[in-house]
Design a protein around this ligand. Structure first.
Ligand SMILES: Nc1ncnc2c1ncn2[C@@H]1O[C@H](COP(=O)(O)OP(=O)(O)OP(=O)(O)O)[C@@H](O)[C@H]1O
Ligand SMILES: [Mg+2]
Length: 502
């Protein structure tokens, strides 16, 4: 009997023009949390999709508890005890929690084709109780929060008696509180002997829950280490292949004139009395706990949501922003946090996505100047280090982080005067983050004024000149760069500063 529940050796997977996984390997012990890290496009998701039966490898070997297996479909993988929770969930939105867990395996009433709802709800409740989740099993999944959907996926994995659970960037969309709950659950599952493979770009998480960490680069296996014997610097060096000297390459510029100002902005049920201004020469941060209303404020300024009160000023003049098109016309851009739904057209190529928001600048006599369009797309692919075989690749074939860079390229090409970035580096690897920060520096130098919404305090502290903090739909305070600290931000974000003052 092997000490490993899983051994993957010399796995190779090629896509047209891309060697996505090149002799990769990974093994997993029962009850272990094994972190898998690497730059965007390194091949992490592909390797795991092979394990989960969603993709077929070209060559290589997979053993489960020492036995060689050929995993030929997701269904087969589940039967073998392997479940994967994808970067984008796989649930049916209109079905209930219980139906999703038992989809295709609903318990029947005797020998009839009728579903035994009582039994199904009972079983679902039991599973959720096992992972200590309090959730109505009759609730449609589209009414559940992201964290709840994730828990449904985990319950589903357990219902298959999985011995291996793969989680692909599970933390990217969770609040701090939900992340705690996930970590507790992972600790429980470990005790039950379940092996977990955990993909994340937030390296601090490795040190919290990981037993071992494996690093991939360019599809290849770089190495595996016990977490207790490795450091953040070691991991970064293995990931990017060089020393990363400065994670936050901040350049402080002189504060310029006011570009955008909002006064008393209000939207029923979302935020109230929000006033602040953005200046050229500055990156202004907007932070707070998830759900504090940050994204809502951004959407309102961008004309995506109606406002119920207040005024927006651009260069000192009162403006009305009726729609996102209107905002773009006035030079305001928003890089949304939900790229999949709002930022990219997945079926279109990298080139088409890049020029989408500003196609009119390429039109002459009714025709798009294709040569110029290609030049621009090539330039951004180069500048942002977008990993793709060509600009004609469909966006859906890029890795998660590289899709995000395409959205960024799209906004850089719009000549915006104000850019709002909502969680710009979520899902982006450490090396590429630095490139994005440098790009922000460059934008500031070009007099673009930036509002950066972020939950990652090190990034807010590292890159912003001023930090606005929201709490429950209101601005709780503003901190200048020199006076900001994690503690000061958290005091404002949690409302304890207000309590002290009151
Ligand atoms: N269906 C596909 N068709 C063509 N190329 C693909 C396909 N899926 C992935 N790739 C390519 O394979 C490589 C590895 O992608 P993968 O999604 O495994 O990266 P990743 O390590 O998960 O990155 P990220 O951290 O950005 O999620 C990338 O270059 C990607 O563009
Ligand atoms: Mg991925």
């Amino acid at each position: 009997m092997s000490e490993f529940v899983l051994e993957m050796r010399d796995i190779v997977k090629r896509f047209p023009g891309v060697l996505a996984v090149n002799k990769a390997q990974l093994d997993l012990r029962p009850g272990e949390a094994h972190c898998l890290v690497g730059e965007n496009g390194a091949g992490k998701s592909t390797l795991m999709k092979i394990l989960a039966g969603a993709l077929q490898m070209d060559s290589g070997e997979i053993r489960l508890s020492g036995e060689p297996v050929h995993i030929n479909s997701p269904h087969h993988a589940q039967q073998l005890g392997v479940s994967m929770i994808y970067q984008e969930f796989n649930l049916s939105p209109y079905l209930s929690v219980a139906e999703n867990i038992f989809l295709g395996r609903e318990p029947r009433l005797g020998r009839t084709p009728l579903v035994n709802w009582r039994e199904m709800y009972g079983n679902a409740r039991e599973l959720l109780a096992r992972i200590r989740v309090n959730l109505d099993v009759r609730k449609p999944v589209n009414e559940c929060s992201v964290a709840q959907q994730q828990m449904v996926e985990i319950a589903k994995a357990l219902s298959f008696n999985s011995k291996i659970i793969v989680m692909d960037e599970p933390s990217a969309t969770l609040t701090d509180h939900e992340l705690r709950a996930l970590f507790e659950l992972i600790a429980e599952l470990k005790k039950d002997g379940i092996g977990m493979i955990y993909i994340s770009h937030r390296l601090e998480e490795i040190f919290e829950i990981g037993d071992r960490v494996t690093v991939m680069r360019d599809g290849q296996y770089i190495g595996t280490h016990p977490v207790s014997e490795t450091s953040r610097e070691d991991i970064i060096r293995m990931m990017v292949g060089r020393e990363l000297t400065d994670e936050f390459p901040k350049i402080v510029c002189e504060r310029g004139e006011e570009r955008l100002r909002v006064e008393g902005l209000r939207r029923e049920g979302a935020f109230e009395d929000v006033s602040f201004s953005l200046h050229t020469g500055e990156i202004t941060g907007l932070t707070g706990l998830v759900g504090a209303g940050r994204t809502e404020v951004a959407r309102a300024i961008f004309g995506a949501d109606r406002i119920d009160g207040g005024q927006i000023y651009l260069d000192g003049e009162a403006v009305t922003v009726r729609s996102p098109q209107d905002a773009i016309r006035q030079g305001v851009g928003l890089l949304t946090e939900d790229r999949k739904n709002q930022g990219l057209v997945l079926g279109m190529t990298v080139r088409e996505n890049t020029t989408l928001a500003n196609l009119k600048s390429l039109v002459r006599f009714l025709f798009v100047n294709r040569g110029r369009e290609r030049e621009i797309a090539e330039k951004y692919v180069h500048d942002l280090g977008i990993k793709t075989p060509s600009i004609e690749q469909a966006a859906q074939n890029l890795s998660g982080g590289n899709q995000q860079k395409v959205v960024l390229a799209k906004w850089l090409f719009t000549d915006s005067r104000v850019l709002i970035f909502d969680e710009p580096t979520r899902g982006i690897d450490v090396g590429a983050k630095v490139e994005i920060y440098k790009l922000m520096n460059e934008l500031v130098r070009r007099d673009v004024c930036i509002l950066m919404i972020s939950s990652e305090l090190p990034e807010v502290l590292g890159m912003c000149d001023r930090i606005l903090v929201m709490h429950e739909g209101r601005l709780a305070g503003e901190l200048p760069r020199w006076d900001a600290s994690q503690e000061a931000i958290m005091r404002l974000a949690t409302g304890s500063a207000l309590a002290e003052a009151g």
